[in-house]
Design a protein around this ligand. Structure first.
Ligand code: NAD
Ligand code: IPM
Ligand code: MN
Length: 345
C-alpha cells in the first residue's frame, strides 16, 4: 500500500516547471508516495474544449491531497481555467481555509529596509469558498451603452464563522496568539456587519487570544509599513487574495509564497499550490523559483501527518534561501535538485 495517494495538476506556464521540483522533493523525503498526473489546463482545453470533466473531478476526490502548479494562459480567455478549474476544485472540495503563511527567511531581503529576517512571521487565513468569488451576478444589455454588470459577494454565517473559528484555533497554537480581522465594515455594511458579529461571537470562545480589527485599506498600508505586527489575519476571499500578494512581496517575492486550500474536516482532499500564477512572462525559460511550490509540498506533507518529512523540506528551503545571493539568477531544476538532495539527508 502506498504511504499517500497524491493527484498532481501541474497546469500551465511555470506550473509544470515548479511542480516537477516539488515532486522531486516529495519523492526524496517520502519514498512510496503514489503520484498521479492529471492533464488539465490550457493544453487540454485548447485540444478538447474540456476544462474539468466530472469524471476527472470524481477521480481527484479519491486522492489524499492535490498538488497544483498554476492555471491560466494567454491562449485561453481569462476566467475559463481560473473559474472552471481552480475555483471549481476549491469549491467542490469545500476548501474553505485558504492558508497563506508569510515569513521573511534568513538570507532573503525584504524591499522594506527596516525589516530583518525572522521579524515577519504571520499567516493569512483567507476564506476560500464564498465572497465575490461565488460567481453571483450578471450582465444586462451587453455591448450596449446601457450595459450593467453586477458581481455579488456571498457571505453565509456558517461559512464566515467556520473560517474565523479556524483562524482563532490557529492563533491559539502560536506564540503571540493574536487575530486581526480585516474587512471594510465602514462601507460593506451587510457583509461587514456579518463578519464583525461572527468575529465577536467566536472571540468569546477564545479568551486567551487577543484581537484587532482593521479596514482593508489600512491593512494594505500596515502590511507594507509594519508587517511585523501581524500574527494571524482572517479575511474574506478577495481581500485575502490581494493582501497575500502584498505579503509575498514584503517577504522577498511571490516565488517563495506557499499556500494550502484546506478542508479541515477532511471530507474532501485539500489542495496545495504556490500563491503565484503561471507567469507567462518567464514560462519555458527554466528560471522560475520553485521555493513556493516546494514549501506548498511541505504544507501538503504536514497535512497528511508526515510532520517530520515536512520539517525536512522546510529546512532544505531555509538552507537554500540562506545560501542565495539576492538578485542572482537561478535555474529551476538545479534548485529542485539541491532541495531534494538536502531534504533526503
Ligand atoms: P503571476 O503570479 O503568474 O506573475 C506575476 C509576476 O510574478 C510575473 O512577473 C512573474 O514572472 C512573477 N513570478 C510568479 N511566480 C514566480 C516564480 N515562481 N519565480 C519567479 N517569478 C515569478 O501573476 P499574473 O501574471 O497576474 O497571472 C498570470 C496567469 O496566472 C493568469 O492567467 C492568472 O489568472 C493565473 N494565476 C493562477 C494562479 C493559480 O493557478 N493558483 C494564481 C495567480 C494567477
Ligand atoms: C490565487 C489566484 C486565484 C485567486 C485566481 C487565479 C483564481 O490569484 O490563488 O491567489 O484569485 O484565488
Ligand atoms: Mn492571487
Amino acid at each position: 500500500m502506498s504511504v499517500a495517494r497524491i493527484a498532481v495538476v501541474a497546469g500551465d506556464g511555470i506550473g509544470s516547471e515548479v511542480t516537477a521540483q516539488a515532486r522531486k522533493v516529495i519523492d526524496a523525503v517520502l519514498p512510496g508516495v503514489e503520484a498521479t498526473e492529471y492533464d488539465l489546463g490550457a493544453a487540454r482545453y485548447n485540444r478538447t474544449g474540456e476544462v474539468l470533466p466530472d469524471s476527472v473531478l470524481a477521480e481527484l476526490a479519491g486522492h489524499d491531497a492535490i498538488l497544483l502548479g498554476a492555471v491560466g494562459d494567454p491562449s485561453v480567455p481569462p476566467g475559463v481555467l481560473e473559474r472552471g478549474l481552480l475555483l471549481k476544485l476549491r469549491f467542490a472540495f469545500d476548501q474553505y481555509v485558504n492558508l497563506r503563511p508569510s515569513r521573511l527567511w534568513p538570507g532573503t531581503t525584504s524591499p522594506l529596509a527596516a525589516v530583518k529576517p525572522g521579524e515577519i512571521d504571520f499567516v493569512v487565513v483567507r476564506e476560500g469558498t464564498e465572497g465575490l468569488y461565488a460567481g453571483a451576478g450578471g450582465t444586462l444589455h451587453r455591448d450596449t451603452p446601457a450595459e450593467v454588470a453586477t458581481e455579488e459577494s456571498l457571505n453565509t454565517r456558517h461559512g464566515v464563522e467556520r473560517v474565523i473559528r479556524d483562524a482563532f484555533a490557529r492563533a491559539q497554537r502560536r506564540e503571540r496568539r493574536k487575530v486581526t480581522l480585516v474587512h471594510k465594515t465602514n462601507v460593506l455594511t451587510h457583509a461587514g456587519s456579518l463578519w464583525a458579529r461572527a468575529f465577536d461571537a467566536v472571540k468569546a470562545e477564545f479568551p486567551d487570544v487577543s484581537t484587532e480589527y482593521q479596514h482593508v485599506d489600512a491593512a494594505a498600508m500596515f502590511m507594507v509599513t509594519q508587517p511585523q505586527r501581524y500574527d494571524v489575519v482572517v479575511t474574506d476571499n478577495l481581500f485575502g487574495d490581494i493582501l497575500t500578494d502584498i505579503a509575498a512581496a514584503v517577504t522577498g517575492g511571490i516565488g517563495m509564497a506557499a499556500s494550502g486550500c484546506i478542508n479541515p474536516e477532511r471530507a474532501y482532499p485539500s489542495m496545495f499550490e504556490p500563491v503565484h500564477g503561471s507567469a507567462p512572462d518567464i514560462a519555458g525559460k527554466g528560471i522560475a523559483d520553485p521555493a513556493a511550490a516546494v514549501l506548498s509540498a511541505a504544507l501538503l506533507l504536514d497535512h497528511l501527518g508526515h510532520a517530520e518529512a515536512a520539517q525536512r523540506v522546510t529546512e532544505a528551503v531555509a538552507a537554500e534561501l540562506a545560501a542565495r545571493t539576492p538578485g542572482a539568477p537561478l535555474r529551476t531544476a538545479e534548485v529542485g535538485d539541491r532541495l531534494a538532495a538536502h531534504a533526503a539527508r
